[in-house]
Write a protein that binds this ligand. Structure first.
Ligand code: GDP
Length: 521
């Protein structure tokens, strides 16, 4: 495969940028994709009929030059993340759609985090400008807080106010996409070699067999070529573009629907064309074997809180990536705030790569897979199939209902000493003989130590007639006559104060205990 890739890498030509549209549900991703498609794809087409093939290319006049842009026609970042999880880099640039009447919403941020994690530049389409209550400035202000500072505020993110419904400022948006792409990227590929690229979507058609839309990323794909896509192989029998027209060849950044594969590849599978049928089949078989092994190897490679210190010691890792999910945004924020306050020292770093409200999703697991992250769930659980996926991919998921417990575990992992296990160990018991009320100290239990010791600052519980009246108390004051004592042993009298706990009675017994580390075997 690598030999095939290396061939003729010096003849680079310009190619179209590949764009993914992301954003919160109902903010207008689908409508925007429709609007761009109908404004551009059908220009000059008789009847203006377009086919949905999972991606389309438009042509935009920019500074007197005709330029292409390829849009991935499946809105939302699920497809995007799924592809990344399979190792495919498809998107050059992301359009983040935000409805101007609704503003920034959870999935807006989620989408933004995905784009950031993939290092993909973002253009913001402030949509629904035709609506009453549209507040584009608010959207700018909100996103600036997340690091997308609008150009007009001195930042480097382009924001364009649009209406997908009324087709307003779509050209300006496309222009902004081109400008951003040009500023950030080198958009070239070599068309003069065997084709390579990625499968974007695929399905099994009753009449036509496996139908796959592929995006050519380099080289040229031609009818009659032999190809491998994922673990599927075959000979390109026919190709169609987004108008449903047959095409003979596809250059870099061109999406085409391909017929002729032996089976259905998955979104994100890479493809390549080969000189002959035998090579294609061999590569497909090899990929199948590699995939099986990778599945096993992958599981061992993923980071977990337990392994983090070892991985650091081995020099394999220095950043603990976390994905935080919680039932309410306040909890997620509190958790993140507390995490960011952990003093991690100079050698390691903590990075929250994604946070969100709601159940743990497949998407979260995919992201954890890509960025080798641990998922922290606060009062949320994953659906069963999400659990299966995490299991398969070896992603460490942790569930907590107390923020401190989460912080403790993560802090321990970062400091290379994952929390040892503790057990309760009894220190001693004392019998209460008399209770004094002091206005300053509250109740003081005049007691005699019956067994073991009483120790200042030790944990205590109060037992009355065999029942625990209160637990998890602390011996806040301990006195022998008038002097403070740190410990009082069996047979001696002492005065015990349990802090603000005052319901102590004659005849009660006070048991003290501490948590002791269980030695690890
Ligand atoms: P998606 O979930 O992000 O794909 O959102 P859709 O494209 O399905 O749009 C959600 C709803 O918002 C639909 O009812 C659209 O007609 C409507 N919508 C989308 N764009 C606009 C717009 O620019 N203006 C108005 N008024 N409505 C819009």
């Amino acid at each position: 495969e690598d030999e095939l890739a290396a061939e003729g890498s010096d003849e680079l030509s310009a190619r179209a940028a590949v764009v993914t549209v992301m954003g919160h549900v109902d903010h207008g991703k689908t409508r925007l994709l429709d609007s761009i498609r109908s404004a551009k794809v059908t220009e000059g087409e008789a009847g203006g009929i377009t086919q949905h093939i999972g991606a389309y290319q438009v042509h935009v006049e920019h500074e007197g030059v005709e330029r292409g842009l390829t849009f991935i026609d499946t809105p939302g970042h699920e497809a995007f993340t799924a592809m990344r999880a399979r190792g495919a880099k498809v998107t050059d640039i992301a359009v983040l759609v935000v409805a101007a009447d609704d503003g920034v919403m959870p999935q807006t941020i989620e989408a933004l985090n995905h784009a950031k994690a993939a290092n993909v530049p973002v253009v913001v389409a402030v949509n629904k400008m035709d609506k009453e209550g549209a507040s584009p400035d608010k959207v700018r202000g909100q996103l600036a807080e997340y690091g997308l500072v609008p150009e007009e505020y001195g930042g480097d993110t382009m924001f364009v106010n649009v209406s997908a419904l009324k087709h307003l400022h779509i050209d300006e948006l496309l222009e902004a996409v081109l400008l951003t792409a040009d500023a950030a990227l080198e958009l070239t590929a070599n068309p003069n070699k065997a084709a390579r690229g990625v499968a974007i979507e695929a399905n099994l058609d009753k009449g036509r067999g496996a139908v796959a839309t592929v995006l050519v990323q380099s080289g040229t794909l031609r009818v009659g070529d032999n190809m491998v896509a994922g673990t599927a192989h075959g000979r390109v029998r026919a190709m169609f573009d987004e108008h449903g027209e047959t095409v003979k060849e596809a250059l870099p950044s061109r999406p085409v629907q391909v017929l002729g594969l032996s089976s259905v590849p998955r979104a994100g599978d890479t493809f390549l064309s080969t000189s002959d049928d035998r090579t294609a089949r061999q590569i497909a078989e090899k990929r199948e074997a590699v995939e099986r092994n990778a599945q096993l190897a992958k599981r061992r490679k993923r980071i977990s809180l337990e392994d983090f210190d070892q991985a650091v010691a081995d020099g394999k890792i220095d950043t603990l990536n976390l994905i935080l999910k919680g039932d309410v945004s306040g909890a997620v924020e509190a958790l993140e705030d507390a995490l960011l306050k952990i003093d991690v020292g100079a050698d390691v770093q903590l990075r929250v790569i994604h946070r969100g409200v709601g159940a743990i999703t497949q998407n979260d697991v995919n992201l954890a897979t890509v960025d080798n992250a641990v998922i922290i769930g606060f009062n949320v659980r994953p659906a069963e199939r999400v659990n299966d996926l995490a299991e398969r991919e070896g992603v460490d998921m942790r569930f907590y209902s107390v923020i401190y417990a989460a912080i403790d575990d993560i802090e321990a992992a970062l400091k290379g000493m994952l929390k040892p296990e503790y057990e309760e160990a009894s220190l001693g018991t004392a019998e209460v003989r008399e209770v004094f009320r002091s206005s300053k100290f509250g109740s003081i239990a005049g007691s005699i130590v019956r067994s073991g010791i009483m120790r200042r600052n030790a944990k205590a519980r109060l037992v009355r007639d065999g029942n625990v009246v209160a637990d998890n108390l602390t011996i806040e004051s301990l006195k022998r006559f008038k002097d403070d004592a740190t410990e009082v042993r069996e047979g001696f009298e002492c005065g015990i104060g349990l802090g603000s706990f005052n319901d102590i009675r004659e005849g009660d017994s006070i048991e003290t205990w501490e948590m002791r580390e269980i030695p690890r075997s």
